[in-house]
Design a protein around this ligand. Structure first.
Ligand code: COA
Ligand code: AMP
Length: 647
C-alpha cells in the first residue's frame, strides 16, 4: 500500500511529515540551520548521481566542532557532557564540555603526531569508557574516519574489518570487563593484526588498572603517555559529504558491509531527532544503554546527545548482574536521566530477574520521562510489562545500522500518537515506508510483504558502502528500483501503523544484535570433520533469536558427537566471537535442499519454531525434513509435531 499523505494538516507530526516528503530540500535545509557550517552548501539534496544521493553537497563543517566546541563557545562549557558510570570497576566520572574539548583536542594531537589526517582511517576496539568516545571525536576533529569494532567480536572478525578499512592507527585498551570476567583485548588485537594483510602502523593502548598488557615495541604506545606530550589540535572543516565513520554490519554472506556515514547529513538529522523524535531539550540527560560498537552507540551515545547539547551517559555494565536488576533505575535516579534508550532484550532480562519490579520501587525516577526501545521487535508482553512498571511512555521504534536513526517511531517531540503494542507506530518525517509483494506491487493494508523505503533516503542514512558503490546498489537498490530494501518483512495496517515481523534474509537478531549466519557457517565449515553446514536463528524468549548449527560430517568421521559439538561451539566463539551466542549444534545426515541445491533454511526455521510450514515443491528429498525435525527436538525445539501444509 502506498501511504497517502495526510489530506489536512492536523498536527505537528502531520505537518512535519508532509513537509519532509513534499519538499525534502526545504525541510532539511531549515533543519540544517541549527548546525554551524564553515562553508554553506550549494545543494541540499544532490541527485545528480541518483540512485546515489548526497546531502548538503558543497557545504563544509566539522562534526566535533558542532558537538563540543560550539557548546563551549555558547556557554555550556561547565555542563556535564559525559557521565561515565562503571559498576564493574566501581568508577564514576563526570566530564564537562570544556574538559571534553580539551581531551579530544589533545587526543587529536596524538593522532596527528602519528600521521593521521583528513580521510585516514582509525579502527577502535575498546570497552565502554569515555576514552572510546574521545577517540571517535578526535578522529572527527581531524576529518579522519573511525571504524569502531564491537568488543564481543573475535580476532578474525576484527581482522576482516581492519583489512577493509585499512587504518593507519588502531585504538584499544588492555581489557574489557564483562560483569566479572576480564576480556583481555590486546591479545585479541595482536592476533587480528597477525591475520591481517593490511598492517596498521601504530596502536594506542589504554592501560587499565584491573589488567595491564605488554606493549609491542615500535608499534604500540601508552594512551596516557601519548596524551601527556600531545599538542591540542583545532577542528578541521571537511566536506559535508566526506565520511565521518564506517560501521560494519552483518551481511548475508560472511563478509560484513561497511556502512558509511557522512558528516553533514548526519549532524543535521541526528540533531533534529533529539528534539522531534525523543522530545529532549539541551541540558537534559539522555542515556542510550547500548555499546559504542553498535549503531545505537554511535548515534545515541556519542553523536546525537552532544550535537543537541545534552549530557550522555557511558555505562559500563549490564541491566542485570552489575550488581542486580535495579541497575537501570539506580543510574536513572543518580544521573537524573530524562530519556532511556535500550533494546527490549534488556527489559526481558530485568523482568526475568525481577518480575514484580521490586527494585524499581527503591529508586526515585520521578524526572524520568520516556523509554525508547529498538534493535529488535518489541513483543507486546514486554511492552505491557515495561509500561505498567514505569507508568511512562514506552516507545518502540524501528531502525537499522544503515539508516542511523529511526525510520518509524512515535515522535514524542512532534505529536505523540496512540500506541499499538507490537508496532513502532508510523514513519518518521523523511521516510516513506511501503510494503511490496514479490513483483514489486504495493500491498493493501494488513498484507505482509517486503518493507521498503522510497528513495531518496533522508540525510544521515548511508550514502553507500565503504569503497563499494556496486555492492550498495546490488544489496539495497536493485531488488525494487526506486526503493531501498530494508531486508525486513512486515505490513502496514488500516490506520497506517507499521508492523515489522522480522528479517527475510539470513541475518538473525540476537539480544538486539544483528548477526550473520553466514559468518558462523564459515567458521563451522572450517572444521576438518564438517562436510556441510547451515546455521538458522530460532526463537528465544530472552534474546529474540539464538543460532543453531546443523552439520553434516564428512564420510568416515565416527567421532563422539558431544565432543565434536564442543569443538564446533568453541570454533564459532573463536572465529566470530562470544557475541554470536552460538551454543547449539546438531549432527544430521543431510541438509534439506531444493533440487538446485539451495539449503531450505526458512523451512527449517519454521519447523524449529513450531510454526506452520509448507513442503517446498522443489525439495529434492522430502524425508530429510523429518530427520531435521527429530534432531531439533533433541534440543527442545520444534515444539509441535506439525504436518506440512500441502505438498
Ligand atoms: N566485549 C567482550 N565480550 C562481550 C562484549 C564485549 N563488549 N559484549 C558481550 N560480550 C560477550 C558476553 O560476555 C557474552 O559472553 P558469554 O557467552 O561468555 O556469556 C556474549 O558476548 C553474549 O553477549 P550478550 O548476547 O550481550 O549476552 P549477555 O548475557 O552478556 O547480556 C543482555 C544479555 C540482554 C543483558 C545484553 O545483551 C543487553 O544488555 N542487551 C541490551 C542492550 C544492547 O546491547 N543493545 C544493542 C542494540 S540497542
Ligand atoms: P541493526 O542494523 O543491528 O540495528 O539491526 C537492524 C534490524 O533490527 C532491523 O532490520 C530489524 O530487523 C531489527 N529491528 C530493529 N528495531 C526494530 C523494531 N523496533 N522492531 C522490529 N525489528 C527491529
Amino acid at each position: 500500500m502506498t501511504p497517502s499523505l495526510p489530506a489536512s494538516v492536523s498536527s505537528a507530526y502531520d505537518a512535519a511529515y508532509t513537509a519532509s516528503l513534499n519538499d525534502p530540500s526545504g525541510f532539511w535545509g531549515s533543519a540544517a540551520a541549527a548546525i554551524h557550517w564553515d562553508v554553506p552548501w550549494t545543494h541540499v539534496l544532490d541527485d545528480r548521481e541518483a540512485p546515489l544521493y548526497r546531502w548538503f553537497a558543497g557545504g563544509e563543517l566539522n562534526t566535533c566542532f558542532n558537538a563540543i566546541d560550539r557548546h563551549v563557545l555558547n556557554g555550556r562549557g561547565e555542563q556535564a557532557a559525559v557521565i561515565y558510570d562503571s559498576p564493574v570497576t566501581n568508577t564514576k566520572r563526570t566530564i564537562s564540555y570544556r574538559q571534553l574539548q580539551d581531551e579530544v583536542a589533545r587526543f587529536a594531537g596524538v593522532l596527528r603526531s602519528l600521521g593521521v589526517g583528513r580521510g585516514d582511517r582509525v579502527v577502535i576496539y575498546m570497552p565502554m569508557m569515555p576514552e572510546t568516545l574521545i577517540g571517535m571525536y578526535a578522529c572527527a576533529r581531524l576529518g579522519a574516519v573511525h571504524s569502531v569494532v564491537f568488543g564481543g567480536f573475535a580476532p578474525n572478525e576484527l581482522a576482516v574489518r581492519i583489512d577493509d578499512a585499512e587504518p593507519k592507527v588502531v585504538l584499544t585498551a588492555s581489557c574489557g570487563i564483562e560483569v566479572q570476567r576480564i576480556v583481555p583485548y590486546k591479545p585479541l588485537l595482536d592476533q587480528a593484526i597477525t591475520l591481517c594483510t593490511h598492517k596498521p602502523l601504530y596502536c594506542v593502548v589504554l592501560q587499565r588498572d584491573v589488567h595491564r598488557c605488554e606493549l609491542t615495541p615500535h608499534r604500540d604506545m601508552d594512551w596516557h603517555d601519548a596524551m601527556a606530550v600531545a599538542e591540542p589540535v583545532a577542528c578541521v572543516p571537511v566536506k559535508a559529504t566526506d565520511p565521518l565513520y564506517i560501521l560494519y554490519t552483518s551481511g548475508t554472506t560472511g563478509r560484513p558491509k561497511g556502512v558509511v556515514r557522512d558528516n553533514g547529513g548526519h549532524a543535521v538529522a541526528l540533531h533534529w531527532t533529539m528534539q522531534h523524535v525523543y522530545g529532549v531539550a539541551p541540558g537534559e540527560v539522555f542515556w542510550a544503554a547500548s555499546d559504542f560498537g553498535w549503531a545505537v552507540g554511535h548515534s545515541y551515545i556519542v553523536y546525537a546527545p552532544l550535537l543537541a547539547g545534552c549530557t550522555t551517559v557511558v555505562h559500563e555494565g549490564k541491566p542485570v548482574g552489575t550488581p542486580d536488576a535495579g541497575e537501570f533505575w539506580r543510574v536513572i535516579e543518580e544521573h537524573k536521566v530524562s530519556v532511556l534508550f535500550t533494546a527490549p532484550t534488556a527489559f526481558r532480562a530485568i523482568k526475568r530477574e525481577d518480575p514484580n519490579g521490586t527494585f524499581f520501587t527503591r529508586y526515585n525516577t520521578s524526572h524520568f520521562r520516556a523509554l525508547f526501545l529498538a534493535g529488535e521487535r518489541l513483543d507486546p508482553d514486554t511492552y505491557h510489562w515495561a509500561r505498567a512498571l514505569l507508568q511512562k511512555p514506552v516507545i518502540d521504534h524501528w531502525w537499522q545500522t544503515e539508516t542511523g536513526w529511526p525510520v518509524a517511531a512515535n515522535c514524542l517531540g512532534l505529536t505523540p500518537l496512540a500506541i499499538k503494542p507490537g508496532s513502532p507506530t508510523k514513519s518518521v518525517p523523511g521516510y516513506l515506508v511501503e510494503i511490496l509483494d514479490d513483483a514489486g506491487q504495493p500491498l493493501p493494508p494488513n498484507k505482509e510483504g517486503a518493507v521498503v523505503i522510497k528513495l531518496p533516503l533522508p540525510p544521515g542514512t548511508l550514502p553507500t558502502l565503504w569503497r563499494d558503490d556496486q555492492r550498495y546498489i546490488e544489496t539495497y537498490l536493485e531488488r525494487y528500483p526506486g526503493y531501498y530494501l530494508t531486508g525486513d518483512g512486515g505490513y502496514i495496517d488500516e490506520d497506517g501503523y507499521l508492523f515489522i515481523m522480522g528479517r527475510v534474509d539470513d541475518i538473525i537478531i540476537v539480544a538486539g544484535h544483528n548477526l550473520s549466519t553466514g559468518s558462523m557457517e564459515q567458521a563451522l565449515a572450517s572444521h576438518p570433520d564438517v562436510a556441510e553446514c547451515a546455521v538458522i536463528g530460532v526463537r528465544d524468549p530472552l534474546k529474540t533469536q539464538l543460532p543453531v548449527g546443523l552439520v553434516v560430517l564428512k564420510s568416515g568421521v565416527t567421532r563422539a558427537v558431544d565432543e565434536l559439538a564442543k569443538e564446533l561451539v568453541q570454533l564459532v566463539r573463536d572465529q566470530v566471537g562470544p557475541v554470536s551466542n552460538f551454543r547449539q549444534v546438531i549432527v544430521v545426515s543431510r541438509l534439506p535442499k531444493t533440487r538446485s541445491g539451495k539449503v531450505l533454511r526458512k523451512t527449517m526455521r519454521a519447523i524449529a519454531d513450531g510454526d506452520a510450514w509448507t513442503m517446498p515443491p522443489t525439495i529434492d528429498e522430502p524425508a530429510t525434513l523429518a530427520e531435521i525435525e527429530s534432531a531439533l527436538r533433541t534440543l527442545g525445539l520444534a515444539p509441535q509435531p506439525r504436518s506440512p501444509i500441502g505438498e
